[in-house]
Write a protein that binds this ligand. Sequence first.
Ligand SMILES: C[C@@](CO)(OP(=O)(O)O)[C@H](O)COP(=O)(O)OP(=O)(O)OC[C@H]1O[C@@H](n2ccc(N)nc2=O)[C@H](O)[C@@H]1O
Ligand SMILES: Nc1ncnc2c1ncn2[C@@H]1O[C@H](COP(=O)(O)OP(=O)(O)O)[C@@H](O)[C@H]1O
Length: 297
Amino acid sequence: MASNADRRAVERARAKINLTLHVVGRRGDGYHLLESFVVFAEAGDELAFAPADRFSLEVAGPFGGGLSGGGDNLVLRAAHALSERFPGRIPPARMTLAKHLPVSSGIGGGSADAAATLRGLCALAGLSPDGDTLHELARRLGADVPVCLESRATVMAGIGERLSPAPGLPPHGAVLVNPGHAVSTPDVFARLDLTPGEGAGAPHPPLPAGGWRTAEELAGLLGACRNDLEIPARALVPEIDRVLDALEACPGTLLARMSGSGATCFALFGSRAEADAAADRIATAHPGWWVAATTFR
Ligand SMILES: C[C@@](CO)(OP(=O)(O)O)[C@H](O)COP(=O)(O)OP(=O)(O)OC[C@H]1O[C@@H](n2ccc(N)nc2=O)[C@H](O)[C@@H]1O
Ligand SMILES: Nc1ncnc2c1ncn2[C@@H]1O[C@H](COP(=O)(O)OP(=O)(O)O)[C@@H](O)[C@H]1O
């Protein structure tokens, strides 16, 4: 029988993609009110948790190089927040983070890591906190952490804390591309230059309760929406224009758009085969870019 010391938990921290992102207001404290249709990709970081004498974090993986494993890492912040919320009930763990997602790239890698840490440490401890308690912990770690706890298609509102399930997605494929420029989320929001109460444009149209039969129908809805952070991010990182041009030039692209505060962009296709072919084409033409084909969930 496995002893306590042999127990391990493993969690996937999937990339978050904002298919739409309407900035509909600004709070007095400077945070922006959003309406966003969020989905999750196959690409993700991987976290492993094993019992130890104290909490520690080792960072590895292709994008681990520039990331500190110190106390400011969202993995350690999540671990400490959880053990403070449940004193004596979260045994310390040696945590390893395999960083496969580019950092500061609009796909919420850090937020997904924090959410995966909450899930993984609860699993290791055999603890099943109620959803509201986990949501509250997540909310305090960052605006995008609650949606990353869901890790599936969700409509997000407020500053990120109001969540409702999204309709099921139709058959489709998608490609993610990041040009290798980190983007600061506060800098992009600041460029919108909104005053408290002011929004960036029309509110989000409702999603059809019955969902969409085809990727073309989904692209029709997305085309009537926006990412309000795209214009300010493109002003800061002109290479985003090249990424969107490359995605739009692929055979079968139904829609190309930036995710979050950038610089990662996605394109939607009618099938996974078209997405795989587009990813191969872009990776060959731009060997320095991060490119991933996926199906959203
Ligand atoms: C823009 C979004 C869209 O999903 O994604 P990313 O580009 O980060 O992936 C998120 O709202 C980012 O969420 P997250 O990265 O967790 O934000 P936080 O750490 O809480 O806040 C970082 C900073 O972003 C700004 N911020 C964030 C969220 C929000 N609703 N309004 C804001 O103005 C604030 O300047 C804040 O100081
Ligand atoms: N585990 C982590 N992974 C990525 N970034 C992290 C992590 N912990 C802390 N950070 C910090 O969080 C910030 C945003 O990271 P990230 O979640 O990758 O951005 P984005 O949501 O734009 O993709 C960066 O400044 C980074 O240094």
